[in-house]
Design a protein around this ligand. Structure first.
Ligand code: NAD
Length: 445
């Protein structure tokens, strides 16, 4: 369903009228295209406090994704990285203000601000206070910066482990990700898959197999497409009723279709049987809504949502980890939702199922990495333009679209790009994270 308001505000009369009326002014977001794969403009590296990363300037630049960061831009910055890892007290926090205050205005449209922070030190409440302060700073700047620009915080200990994360956050691929806090740990040394071919940054998933559930349409289709773009062999799983669409998607991407209801008790075994050579990326995208207020909700509506969105995710993940189908260096990306973080009237079943995904990710991630060399993360979409959201009544739909810092709905590709970053072999330091793809929705923290 086209966003007519966004098209209208993209015209000169539309801009004028909506400005006069004080209505939201969504900017046209710059997304990745083969012709324009990166943001145009300078990349500026600033520091607040004495950096904790223990790297020289040159090292930092290389580690942060060979980003060619400059400290003295001659053109408008498209990306600004503020290294605030060394901020340990309120006095030094003032350097965050001093560093960004003069440059924020000049950041290009659809530009990026990434603040680098340190993990909170439980033994030092002053450090913890000011590092937590960076979170409130980042989220507030994200709400005021406008013009399609995004602001995110990366907490890290090892800049090298953050390369794929910085590459994503400082590119057009993260157009709808703002106000997020991502923790990047040290990448364990032994979790690269032994079968990995030499790394190709343009096709990082070359040689890998990815299975996406619910991929016959919507977000899942975009995820399958994006993982194929990045080099993966894709398996497009959907219910038998959607087999034709699943085949069409698989044929287009040179992959295979798997007609299977993910709630089947033996779904894990059947996936394992279809993938005798193993699996590297498992994307749990299939999901349904059956909305009713709790007072009107029959048990069947409750159980069908919990079964598709949560129970089947738990069952198949367990089965594919235990059978060894998910190989070392593997990735699990599950799909939560802002409804699972903030709650939503009429969605007690859906909100419960999606909050369950968050619990699953946080608890399983450390163990899956230690025991299987597999990372487990989630994407949490906000309002994304799909058939699922096209079915929402007009006024609620319009509110959903505008109630975020970018004043527009996301596109399936935005969730897909985020999934591709988490699936990247370089992302083994990103584990147990729930990343919202919501344009910094006003709902939930
Ligand atoms: P969609 O309804 O367009 O597509 C979902 C796909 O999942 C369909 O192809 C469907 O056939 C498949 N599916 C459903 N039940 C299945 C089952 N039992 N086994 C196998 N496949 C099954 O939905 P979408 O908008 O693309 O959403 C994708 C995911 O993103 C869902 O988990 C949804 O909850 C989540 N999400 C979407 C939004 C949004 O705004 N669209 C927001 C938050 C979260």
């Amino acid at each position: 369903m086209a966003d007519r308001y966004l098209s209208f505000t993209g015209t000169a009369p539309g801009r004028l009228l909506t400005r006069r009326l004080g209505l939201p002014q969504p900017a046209a977001l710059q997304r990745w295209t083969p012709e324009r794969p990166s943001l145009k403009g300078a990349r500026l590296l600033l520091t607040a406090g004495k950096s904790d990363l223990g790297l020289t300037d040159a090292d930092t630049r290389t580690a942060l994704g060979s980003l060619d960061l400059t400290t003295a831009p001659s053109e408008k910055p498209a990306a600004v990285v503020l290294d605030a890892t060394g901020v340990r007290d309120v006095e030094t926090l003032a350097e965050v203000h001093a560093a960004l205050h003069p440059v924020v205005r000049s950041v290009a449209d659809s530009g990026r601000v990434v603040v680098l922070g340190a993990p909170l030190d439980p033994a030092d409440h002053h450090q913890a206070a000011v590092q937590q302060a960076l979170e409130g700073f980042t989220r507030s700047l994200g709400k005021e910066i406008g013009r399609g620009r995004t602001v995110n915080l990366v907490r890290l200990t090892d800049a090298h482990a953050a390369e794929s994360t910085m590459r994503f956050l400082l590119s057009p691929r993260s157009a709808y990700v703002s106000g997020q806090v991502v923790e990047v740990g040290s990448a364990p040394a032994d979790v690269t898959a032994p079968h990995d071919p030499p790394h190709d940054p343009d096709r990082p998933l070359t040689g890998r197999t990815a299975l996406v559930t619910g991929a016959a349409r919507g977000i899942g289709e975009a995820v399958a497409e994006t993982l194929a773009r990045d080099g993966a062999r894709v398996v497009v799983l959907d219910v038998p009723q959607a087999e034709q669409d699943a085949r069409r998607v698989a044929d287009r991407l040179g992959g295979t279709a798997l007609a299977l209801d993910i709630t089947a008790p033996d779904a894990g075994t059947r996936i394992a049987a279809a993938l005798p050579d193993g699996l590297d990326v498992l994307v749990h995208n299939a999901g349904i809504t059956r909305d009713r207020r709790l007072v009107n909700m029959p048990a069947e509506r409750w159980s069908s949502v919990l079964d598709v969105n949560l129970a089947s995710v738990l069952r198949t993940t367990d089965a594919l980890l235990e059978s060894g189908t998910l190989r070392r260096g593997g990735r699990v990306v599950a799909t939560a939702s802002i409804a699972g973080l903030a709650g939503n009237a009429g969605q007690t079943n859906y909100g419960a199922s999606k909050a369950g995904i968050v619990g699953l990710v946080r608890a399983l991630a450390p163990r899956a990495l230690a025991e299987h060399g597999v990372t487990v993360n989630a994407v949490a979409p906000g309002f994304v333009e799909t058939k699922m959201t096209a079915a929402i009544p007009l006024f609620i739909r319009e509110a959903g679209r505008r109630m975020n810092s970018l004043a527009q709905g996301g596109l399936p590709i935005d969730v897909a790009e985020t999934t591709a970053w988490l699936a990247d072999p370089g992302s083994s330091g990103v584990n147990g994270q729930v990343v919202r793809v919501c344009g910094q929705s006003l709902l939930g923290a």
